[in-house]
Design a binder for this molecule. Sequence first.
Ligand code: FAD
Length: 474
Amino acid sequence: VLSIVWLRNDLRLSNNPALLYGVNQGTILPIYIYDDTVPDHYAMGAASKYWLHRSLHALNASMDKNLQVFKGNPLSILQQLLREFPNAHVLWNRGYEPWQIARDAQIKQALKEQGVIVKSFNGHLLWEPMSVLKKDNTPYKVFTPYYRKGCLQKTPPAYPSAAPENIQYMVECKSSTSIEKLRLAPQIAWHKTMDTLWQPGEAGAKEKLAVYLEGAAKTYQNDRNLPAVKGTSLLSPHLHFGEISPHQVWYAVIDAFGGDIENADCDTYLSELGWREFSHYLLFHFPHITHDNFNSKFDAFTWEHNDALLTAWQTGQTGVPIVDAGMRELYETGYMHNRVRMVVGSYLVKNLLIDWRYGERWFWDTLLDADLAANTASWQWVAGTGADASPYFRIFNPILQGEKFDKEGEYVKKYCPELRLLPKKYIHQPWNAPADILKACKVTLGVDYPEPVVDLKASRDKALAAFAKMKEAL
Ligand code: FAD
């Protein structure tokens, strides 16, 4: 039997259920379709396209150059392929984004009506969203009961399979194009730093996992909060593109702790994978959250529209060092540390009073791990508009966050080198440094580094007042 294996966010050979099924049935035609009919809001941002470009090359190499790529409408492309290979089966691993579910359901139905055998599998999540519900058959809205009761206590994640050997590829395919013709690679070279930091593809993912297990895994609970330390696994873009499955990561981490899942470093890491699941779960059960506040009370909130402040935030020019360092890290490396994502998010929403959706869109375009589920759910969490969210009135103080998690100011100095001479007492609040210290450190505020674009206390009070007004209006 010939199986067309439609690869999507599962760009790997190992533990790939659709691919394995196809290989066990006979010959496979592995394809990737760059779907140019995806609605704008869900279409890949620039950083994601950069990653995809490199990842497809890596996958093609690991398939002895047998990956066939296409650009266009997936249903038309599949139908064209089925004219070329009339008896082929079509296989894929399921996606869980609302637009994807609708698209795939339509394709499945259309092909089945033509008499084609179509099968889909789960390769992306430890627990599929439709299989986890409360006793009353409604979805969970709070993480801890979802994860502990709904998932962990019920079924252990499936054990990952190895990569199949001796894959038989269908080598003739007339209609495919080349990876370069997808035009995913950046036209201008903004990605130089990224090239040095990341190795998209399955081998790069395995390497990142190995480095993590050798090092940071044993101190994860504490070090994951320190942006100057490599205290996390850096697996997020690899997981997003499915270059490694969450099952592989889950069991590799447990093995590294000798099976001791109660170990605090192990448990904390596994629960972060749990947050990844929960994000997908929320998006599946509440698909409107990509556009609307999860908590509709916030529809009445009066956001400010200020392009100058938004640009200052995007470009790391707010005058608040930990915020600027984070935004510059994002732009240069395609990544931002989780603690800092929370700080910059809180600052955008609660000091600049800008609608979280602007932050979500900027992250969508610039993050290499941009993921509709994780990004939407995390932004709503930070903004206080989400399910199980940090309450709106809990406002991160970026000075205290900096002093607690970047004590020596190393992270700030790395991304805001103009502040590198400042003593740690002022590194997170240069506007409070005496004039002679600023001078000795070669910093003129407003020239070398911006004055704060808003006063932290006054803006915080304004946000709280807007929140109180919203509550009153209800
Ligand atoms: P680790 O600490 O090593 O965690 C392991 C894995 O768990 C991650 O790779 C990721 O897949 C998952 N994970 C960890 N934390 C979270 C979380 N809070 N929510 C969901 N999954 C999590 N993560 C994305 O993958 N894509 C996004 O677009 C994204 N946008 C975010 C936006 C904001 C405002 C915030 C606050 C967080 C966002 N996150 C997003 C979550 C988190 O910041 C990243 O997953 C994490 O920083 C990735 O680094 P890591 O792989 O080293 O994480």
